[in-house]
Write a protein that binds this ligand. Sequence first.
Ligand code: ADP
Ligand code: MG
Length: 316
Amino acid sequence: MALLELTDVAKTYRSAGRTVPAVRGVDLALERGRTVGLVGESGCGKSTLGRIIAGLHPQSAGVVTFDGLALPHAYRDRAVRRRVQMVFQHPYQSLNPRMRVEAIIAEPLRLLAGTTGREADRRVDEVLQLVGLDATYRRRLPRELSGGQQQRVAIARALVSRPDLVVLDEPTSGLDQSVRGRIVALLRHIQAEEGVAYLFISHDLDTVRRLADEVAVMYLGRIVERATTAELFAAPRHPYTRALLSAVPSMDPRRRGTRVPLAGETPSPSELPVGCAFASRCVRALDRCRAEQPELAPDPISADRLVECFNPVPQP
Ligand code: ADP
Ligand code: MG
């Protein structure tokens, strides 16, 4: 049994008289101690999926299980809640500006594990060290820290309760390139030390490539391709994945000049076409794609990857 399993999960928002199907029938699994990268353009439903998993809002339909326990129901037990934590893009907004670093980090321990006093102190020291901040940071306020240091504190706070899973929603997107690299290295180090699994949400493919074991590509609320990171970056099968990857400048001179730009506009989630939602922008679309919704299914030529496409990109 995987640590986290999503089966046919959907989330529909209702706002201003419109319904927005933000997540539409997602299946996803995440194993202990592993990292799945979730990528896709802004508005495709990545944060919605992350928030469902972390229990910040419930799914409209479908089943989410964490270690075999049905979410969000199981989160009523704080012993379960302790095991799944979240890190957001803007650390300053997620840290209480009036609390000192040591209190910020100790809070989940107190609330979720009932750990206080010297034992809590020891764990705070341990996670501070883990995120590369020395004890002098304990008494600082969030505004006295750089963006990178604030994100380290947010990561320390997420780790302090010894979670099995951390959902990271664009944790490096607000940071400079050099700081970003150090946070990625830090997340890898933490995973090796603590055995935690990550769902790493990002539109920064380069970061995902360095961190994730597996990648799930989302387009308008559905996962359209899932593969190991190596396989996905070597040869994308979904035309959307190929377009997404080709938007990243390649280091490999043999790949330059093979850019397949994304044409056309993304349809509005509240007015989705019949068939594949990507068909209107897809250079490989067939008549069938505009008539029928493809399903995420094992790729006939590569057993351990999944693709949701009637006409996938041929393998080189
Ligand atoms: P991403 O994180 O990939 O950018 P989101 O999950 O934030 O995407 O959003 C997915 C879709 O759901 C978008 O169309 C967005 O406008 C819509 N959406 C997100 N949050 C809400 C909300 N609270 N109410 C209504 N619509 C929402
Ligand atoms: Mg988002």
